[in-house]
Design a protein around this ligand. Structure first.
Ligand SMILES: C[C@@](O)(CC(=O)O)C(=O)O
Ligand SMILES: [Mg+2]
Length: 345
């Protein structure tokens, strides 16, 4: 059973981000009331780091870069995967199997780096939720976000959202918990009730988050608070572990993990920072190429050949290939069999 009963004076240190250096900064831990349940990788990461910062990732390469720059975990963003795999907006077009496939590629590329995937609404009713969660677990994910939007869902900071009934969503949480059992999988229940087109608002979102915590979610996520004041209210009035979504250009003001920890949050996601940065870089370099016909005067804006090869382990792979296939001077193939080198003719 997990305990996060640190006083506001207790602290954890986390590595700084943005570069691979080991510079560390300290984030005061927020106390979590009612955070009981089975312990998972993400419970441990939150306990060890105070407030855990997770960048959004959308493919194997972005996950490798996030890991290399010192992040301890990543969030496979539905918005970013929809944008990069389909070239489509986050309006419910990406299917759960497409997300599971991408999440599996990411987990495969960074096997020792935990990721939480965006399960959106779970793809339908309780049975779809169970299938989706099983697929994400098989893909190697260590958790997911599941949200109470009606289908077709839309990205949380867009207009025309609707939510399903809170009891119906509590049943989806129960369905998810049933397949998770004692597995190492962290379930975040998200409510979009703050910003629907219908009658709801912040108090409804808080009521829902608390119901979802009672239904067994490991953490709750009130989507789209509109001000610092609303962030504080969510931090003060919801139970258990709390997730905060920091979205450049969205309706919630951007804050640091330190600032959010002081308001009572435990897990901070910047889901679109990488996607938007990569998009800006591509716009720039393709624009340059179209304009000038060459990149030769703009190489500083690009990763270097050797830098990129190092990032994806090219040299290591070539050495493995050489070790397994190199021919002896007499042109015989040497292979290792149970520790002994033998010649193949
Ligand atoms: C976090 C998010 O769900 C975006 C959102 O709806 O706020 C994502 O897909 O990255
Ligand atoms: Mg999403």
């Amino acid at each position: 059973m997990m305990q996060l009963s640190h006083s506001s004076a207790s602290c954890r240190s986390v590595p700084s981000v943005g570069r691979p250096s080991l510079r560390r900064r300290v984030i005061p831990c927020a106390a979590a009331n009612g955070s009981e349940g089975h312990s998972t990788t993400f419970h441990r990461l939150i306990q060890d780091n105070g407030c855990l910062l997770m960048p959004g990732v959308y493919d194997a390469l972005s996950a490798r870069v996030a890991k290399q720059t010192g992040h301890k975990a990543g969030f496979v963003s539905g918005y970013a995967v929809s944008g990069t795999v389909l070239g489509e907006p986050d309006l419910g077009l990406l299917t759960p199997p497409e997300m599971a496939r991408k999440a599996g590629q990411i987990s495969g590329a960074v096997p020792d780096w935990p990721v939480i995937a965006d399960a959106d609404t779970g793809g339908g009713n309780v049975l779809n939720v169970q299938r989706t969660i099983r697929q994400l677990m098989t893909a190697g994910c260590k958790g997911c976000f599941l949200e109470d939007q009606a289908w077709p869902k839309r990205m949380g900071h867009m207009r025309n959202k609707e939510v399903i009934g809170m009891d119906e969503f509590a049943a989806k949480i129960a369905a998810a918990k049933e397949v998770i059992g004692e597995e190492d999988f962290f379930l975040v229940a998200r409510t979009d009730a703050r910003a629907t087109s219908a009658k709801y608002g912040l108090q409804e979102a808080i009521r829902r988050a608390n119901l979802y915590a009672d239904a067994g979610a490991d953490a709750t996520f009130v989507e789209a608070p509109r001000s610092e004041e609303e962030l504080r209210i969510v931090g003060a009035e919801t139970k258990g572990l709390r997730v905060c979504n920091m979205l450049e250009g969205g309706v919630t003001p951007l804050r640091t993990p330190e600032e959010l920890a002081a308001m009572g949050f435990h897990l901070v996601v910047y889901p679109l920072a990488g996607l938007y940065a990569a998009t800006r870089a591509l716009l720039n370099v393709y624009g340059t190429l179209a304009e000038k016909g060459t990149t030769r005067d703009d190489l500083a804006a690009l990763a270097h050949f050797s830098e990129f090869n190092e990032l994806i382990g090219t040299e290591q792979r070539i050495r493995t290939e050489e070790r397994l296939t190199r021919r002896a001077p007499e042109d015989k193939l040497l292979v290792k069999v149970r520790g002994q080198t033998k010649e193949l003719h």
